[in-house]
Design a protein. Structure first.
Length: 366
């Protein structure tokens, strides 16, 4: 017998011949399973192009072991299937959950063919080739299995070396079964994912049917024929007339928007003009008050000029020794008691001077 070391006592514990042969076989065979995609520069491959040719035995894993990242020498192979018609964010989120269930996962996605889908579920919008290609370009998918079976068989699981099946936990009744994943759940290979509320293929189709007239008119505008849209002659004329009406409404709407924009600009400019006018008027009134106000520059200038005019009209009399008195002997002097009415004395000093001159004149006469 082959002796194996004991972990605790370092003593050799004998192994049975079958265990020894299996151990030697596992040492010889290494896992060559495809690894998850690290770069996303190309679409995911199809299963028939890169099938798992690993010869090493795939031991059955529990969910707890897979979540711990064991075994370390190969990824955990997770399988998710569906129709994936009108591929949308709900599909992508379900695949993201399946991909991130375990630390090291390899996600295989099975897509049912048109024949199976039309037989068990109904007519699809996208054909099988389009649905295959949609899955290949999802970042979470590592491998796409075309023409996947409607019900998973042990042979299919063994062929693709599938460890776990991911799907939402709602019972999926189809093909005469209350739940097509019942046997997977009983085998402990089922891992649930959460559905995304508010989005589904049926919901998208319902929106298209509800707004059929809008989409038909839009596609007629884009160049599709009535035959391609399965539209009758009368409906085609009706849709084209409605398109013309919509164009006219759009033109009227554009004119209204432009007129509103023009009125707004006029109002904005008029507001600016009024504001500038108010500023200029305040400036004009301020300058006017500074010039003609009670204490303005014009009043001061007028007072100065009036004082000068008064001094010019009533100058002070010349002194007695002035040469003008000697040069005018022929002019008869006016009586001293007669005052000049046109030029009254401008000040008390001038009055006293006139009185003194009168007294001097009297003395000369005497």
């Amino acid at each position: 017998p082959v002796l194996a070391p004991d972990a605790e006592s370092e003593t050799a514990i004998p192994k049975s011949p079958s265990e020894a042969r299996r151990s030697e076989a596992m040492e010889e065979l290494e896992h060559t399973c495809p690894q998850p995609r690290l770069t996303l520069t190309s679409p995911a491959p199809f299963a028939d192009e890169t099938s798992c040719q690993c010869q090493a035995p795939h031991e059955k894993l529990t969910i707890a072991q897979a979540r711990l990242g064991t075994p370390a020498d190969r990824p955990v192979r997770v399988y998710a299937d569906g129709i994936f018609d009108l591929f949308h964010s709900g599909h992508a989120r379900a695949l993201m959950q399946a991909k991130t269930l375990f630390p090291n996962s390899y996600l295989l996605v099975g897509v049912c063919s048109d024949d199976l889908t039309h037989k068990f579920k109904g007519f699809t919008v996208m054909n099988e080739t389009e649905r295959y290609e949609a899955l290949r370009h999802c970042r979470y998918v590592d491998e796409v299995i075309r023409d996947a079976p409607w019900t998973l068989t042990p042979e299919f699981l063994e062929k693709h070396k599938i460890d776990f099946v991911a799907h939402d936990d709602i019972p999926y009744s189809s093909a005469g079964s209350d739940d097509v994943y019942k046997h997977i759940k009983e085998a402990g290979m089922f891992v649930p994912t959460q559905r995304t509320e508010g989005i589904s293929t049926s919901d998208i189709i319902t929106r298209i049917v509800r707004d059929y007239d809008v989409y038909a008119r839009r596609n007629l505008q884009r160049g599709y024929t009535a035959k391609q849209l399965n539209v009758s002659f009368i409906n085609e004329k009706k849709y084209r007339f409605q398109n013309q009406v919509d164009k006219m409404k759009e033109k009227v709407k554009n004119v209204e928007e432009k007129s509103k924009e023009f009125v707004y600009k006029v109002e904005e400019k008029s507001h600016d003009l009024i504001q500038k006018w108010e500023e200029k008027s305040r400036e004009f009134i301020g300058n006017f008050l500074e010039l003609f106000g009670p204490d303005g520059a014009w009043k001061q200038m007028f007072q100065e000029r009036s004082g000068r005019m008064l001094q010019a009209f009533s100058p002070r009399q010349s002194p007695n020794s002035s040469p003008t008195r000697g040069r005018s002997p022929s002019r008869s002097p006016s009586p001293p008691w007669v005052f000049n009415k046109a030029s009254p004395p401008s000040s008390p000093k001038a009055a006293s001077a006139s009185l003194s001159s009168m007294s001097e004149g009297d003395e000369d006469e005497k």
